[in-house]
Design a protein around this ligand. Structure first.
Ligand SMILES: *Cc1c(COP(=O)(O)O)cnc(C)c1O
Length: 427
């Protein structure tokens, strides 16, 4: 082996994996076991005291999951990763590591709807207060920071509206505030954008979407960039104070630039418990092997469909940052030059009725509430995910009566366009 730094496609296939040392198995085996036998009493004690790395119990770590953690950390350019049961679990574990009751965090108000719910409701039960900022007004992040702020949270490409956030500008604000920047990179994936290159300190993923990529497994992942100085800020007791759970060790002193990932594992995942099944880790790893091929195809198809829709007389508007003239086109050229992702919205001149007819008439597209599948997906938010909101709230959330969301798959683009064409003619 030479000293070459492997490219992205090579890492997507190989990072973290090697032939199984006992059997020679070339694919990463599914270590479907709850627990692992200790060599002797001293080995057991050193594992429990964090003096030795190794396997204890699958809630805390598992060898299949470890390959997934190393692979995604390598693709993102971070120091370490932690796999968990879902994207939402990743967000809980990250915030549990950073926040105490009464603390605040600043979040972009253009986020996946599930995250908005989680921050507004579930997190308040922990005493973690969200303060919303507007990615279209970067100064609003600075104004939202207070002495209680412990983190800033954004999405690189926001789900579903095709909003591209100026990561570098928000990272500069986080630096001045002395808090880590967390970027949810689910929609971009590291193939399109690596937030750590622009100043992110923590990256979170829903593996459920494009990383797994086949619509068959829920999973989440946390990447530690290794960039944040936890000891200097003295605001993060999980990282810079002696831990009674582990004989008084200070995680940042002991583990340096991967202390955050360790804290998430041994203080978060261990005690809160949303462990990823090794079977799901196996499926998601298989998906990641083809990530560069799939995402390029997703993006090329999405651009073709967006262009076709933009020229269709029944369509009022298309919000896809890959289209010249889109308000996020310039930011897309900077942050996602290979393609603006595969999830976007458009508006129908026929409003609510045209939207429900379209989703009823498609044959190849699947009408469902997910994104990031090999298959093309469609949803009319006003009649489904956002149905409980008032009309004004729907419009505010980007889910007005005319809005249709697409997640473009990797089929032949001409078949996708033909399907939309027949469904629109019926509508
Ligand atoms: C789906 C999604 C999540 C939540 O992930 P789950 O795996 O469904 O828990 C978080 N962020 C974004 C951007 C998502 O699309």
């Amino acid at each position: 082996m030479s000293d070459r730094v492997p490219g992205f496609a090579t890492l997507a296939v190989h990072a973290g994996a090697q032939p199984d040392p006992t059997t020679g198995a070339r694919a990463t085996p599914i270590y479907q076991t709850t627990s692992f036998v200790f060599e002797d009493v001293d080995h057991a004690a050193s594992l429990f005291g964090l003096q030795t790395f190794g396997n204890i119990y699958t809630r805390i770590g598992n060898p299949t999951n470890a390959v997934l953690e190393e692979r995604v950390a390598a693709l993102e350019g971070g120091t370490a990763g932690l796999a968990v049961a879902s994207g939402h679990a990743a967000q809980v574990i990250v915030m549990h590591t950073l926040m105490r009751p009464g603390d605040e965090f600043v979040a972009s108000k253009k986020l996946y709807g599930g995250s908005i719910n989680q921050f507004n409701h579930a997190f308040k039960n922990f005493g973690w207060q969200v303060v919303w900022a507007d990615p279209d007004d970067i100064g609003s992040f600075e104004r939202a920071v207070s002495p209680k702020t412990r983190a800033i949270f954004i999405e690189s490409i926001a789900n579903p509206g095709g909003v591209i956030t100026d990561i570098e500008a928000v990272a500069a604000i986080a630096k001045r505030a002395g808090v880590p920047l967390i970027v949810d990179n689910t929609l971009a994936t590291p193939y399109l954008c690596k937030p750590i290159d622009y100043g992110a300190d923590i990256v979170v993923h829903s593996l459920t979407k494009f990383l797994g990529g086949h619509g068959n497994s829920i999973g989440g992942l946390i990447v530690d960039a290794g960039t944040f100085n936890w000891s200097r800020e003295k605001r993060y007791p999980m990282l810079c104070e002696p831990r009674p759970e582990y004989n008084g060790i200070v995680l940042h002193e002991t583990f340096g630039n991967f202390a955050f990932a360790i804290a998430c594992r041994v203080l978060g995942l261990r005690d809160i418990g949303p462990a990823l099944s090794p079977f799901n880790a196996f499926l998601i790893l298989t998906g990641i092997e083809t990530l560069p091929l799939r995402i390029q195809r997703h993006c090329d198809n999405a651009l073709a469909v967006a262009q076709w829709l933009a020229a269709n007389p029944q369509v009022a508007w298309v919000s896809y940052p890959g289209l010249p003239g889109d308000r996020y086109y310039k930011l897309a050229q900077k942050y996602v030059p290979k393609g603006a992702g595969a999830v976007f919205t458009f508006g129908l001149k026929g409003g609510y009725d045209a939207g429900t007819k379209l989703v009823s008439n498609v044959r190849l597209f699947s009408h469902l509430a997910n994104i990031g599948d090999t298959r093309s997906l469609i949803i009319h938010p006003a009649s489904t995910t956002h149905k409980q909101l008032t009309d004004a709230q729907k419009v505010q959330a980007g889910a007005g009566p005319d809005v249709v969301r697409l997640s473009i798959g990797i089929e032949d683009k001409d078949d996708l366009i033909a399907d939309l064409d027949q469904a629109l003619s019926e509508a």
